[in-house]
Design a binder for this molecule. Structure first.
Ligand SMILES: C[S@@+](CC[C@H](N)C(=O)[O-])C[C@H]1O[C@@H](n2cnc3c(N)ncnc32)[C@H](O)[C@@H]1O
Length: 460
């Protein structure tokens, strides 16, 4: 049985390797190149970057083939290669009138999703076939989570966002059905399952272009995995200089640059934007163990509204290291001040300065009590979640689902993850469940840090 499984995996890998080889040859033939201005004769990569596996940082990705200098151009993808609604309609002009009739009530993203499904329906006749055939078969973006997987988040606002993502996908699909019927998509491509695949492809792979808010699917360019922006990137954004990727009108191409100096073999990463972990999960189906842009929100008392009106709710959160955001701290300092003195001490609060030791003690007490209240309400503790993650990790790594199922028999949550379906289906469910548990464990870690780290530090 073990031997059979290994052989099947090898065959799968061989097949995948062949598809990727064909894809890179096709990419070179249409002018995609990592050695501008010349196109390599044996595939589009190898001079600056090459395909590689990064099991702990995005799986399939792109590695530096040599030392790369910061801001060096590493990949060029001509506009004609991009899978955009515009290019799909250029290649199939008979679709244009159908699309035109729906432009007012379908979003650009819905139109791009239908364009992608249309190309899939063409099979080998699609100009983008070598690109389409190597796309992932399934995704872990929030819209793909089942009710069971959504419950793994435990935190109300995360559950709400995940449920909203799932229901939005369904609404988008229903709205697009008429267009899909009009262009005579094959029935299996009109299903919600196909829609989820196509809309997840667009959500997790589309890159920004100036002429279409839906963006573009960029062959080869969408193989870059993600790194969060750092401070240097912010400086560059202000100066208006390209940092690691963007559409270049002058070159009529999507261009990618090394955002920093890379050593040979290192993974070359792209910043898709500034995202919290929940946003990364929603749009891309992964999260970062250490995310400098993470925000943990806790339910605050209605009385906070009297003082927090200067700051939007999204600015009242706890950072990954347990420190409250500037706005949360300022609101709490105001709240801890008697109403009649609030105007008088306003200048201190807005400057981010302590009002008094007594005020600071009240703030810390309030915050640590709130965090404890939230933590106490969860059915599992941060330590429980760590243990669950360790066990899920073992299962996914060792491919020993059957043997390790026993570990979970006592937990009703875990039992549901294992109940039915093929090994592959259970594995996917496990992977999504793991993402939910990982997210909630990080959330609890931030609140625990706030209680033990920030709060103790301020009081002492
Ligand atoms: C634009 S694609 C990047 C290429 C992708 N790895 C592939 O094999 O096609 C974006 C997807 O890659 C994965 N990914 C990207 N960056 C990641 C990271 N830092 N950690 C984990 N997964 C990542 C996620 O599945 C995401 O939806």
């Amino acid at each position: 049985m073990e031997e059979g499984r290994t052989q099947a995996c090898e065959l799968e890998n061989e097949e995948e390797g062949r598809l990727l080889e064909d894809f890179l040859l096709w990419a070179a033939s249409i002018g995609i190149t990592d050695s501008p201005p010349y196109s390599s004769p044996i595939g589009c990569l190898g001079d600056s970057i090459h395909l590689a596996q990064f099991p702990d940082a995005g799986g399939r990705g792109l590695a530096a083939s040599r030392e790369l200098k910061r801001q060096e151009i590493v990949l060029v993808v001509p506009r004609s290669a991009l899978l955009t609604t515009e290019n799909v309609l250029l290649r199939d002009p008979n679709l244009a009138s159908f699309f035109q009739n729906h432009r007012r009530h379908l979003s650009p993203t819905q139109l791009l999703t239908v364009s992608l499904l249309f190309q899939v329906g063409k099979g080998k006749d699609s100009w983008w076939y070598p690109y389409l055939i190597q796309l992932p078969l399934s995704y872990d973006t929030l819209a793909n989570f089942t009710q069971f997987e959504i419950q793994a988040f435990q935190v109300d606002y995360a559950i709400w966002i995940a449920e909203k993502a799932a229901s939005k996908a369904r609404v988008d699909w229903k709205q697009s059905l008429v267009l899909m019927q009009e262009i005579q998509l094959k029935p299996q491509l009109q299903t919600f399952k196909s829609w989820l695949w196509a809309s997840s492809t667009v959500s997790s792979r589309a890159l920004h272009v100036p002429w279409d808010p839906a963006g573009c699917l960029c062959p080869v360019g969408d193989l870059f995995n993600y790194a969060a922006p750092d401070e240097e990137d912010t400086e560059d954004t202000f100066s208006g200089r390209l940092t690691d990727g963007g559409y270049d009108e002058a070159k009529n191409s999507y261009c990618f640059y090394a955002r920093k100096r890379y050593m040979k073999g290192e993974q070359v990463l792209l910043c898709y934007g500034t995202y919290t972990n929940l946003e990364l999960l929603e749009h891309y189906g992964f999260l970062l163990a250490s995310n400098p842009n993470e925000k943990s929100f806790i339910p605050l008392d209605p009385s906070m509204q009297q003082v927090s009106h200067c700051w939007p709710n999204e600015s009242l959160y706890i950072h990954q290291d347990g420190t409250p955001s500037f706005a949360l701290m300022a609101s709490l300092r105001l709240l801890a001040t008697p109403k009649s003195f609030r105007r008088e001490i306003g200048h201190l609060v807005y400057a981010g300065v302590k009002v008094s030791s007594e005020n600071e003690t009240k703030v810390v007490k309030y915050l640590s009590e709130k965090c404890r209240e939230v933590l106490d309400r969860f059915p599992t503790s941060h330590e429980d979640d760590r243990r669950i993650l360790e066990a899920i990790g073992k299962i996914l790594c060792n491919e020993e689902i059957e043997e390790l199922e026993e570990i979970f028999r006592q937990s009703s949550e875990a039992q549901k993850a294992m109940v039915s379906g093929s090994l592959k289906a259970r594995r996917r469910r496990m992977e999504r469940w793991k993402l939910g548990v990982e997210w909630r464990a990080n959330y609890k870690r931030d609140l625990v840090e706030c209680v033990v780290g920030f709060c103790n530090g301020v009081v002492n």
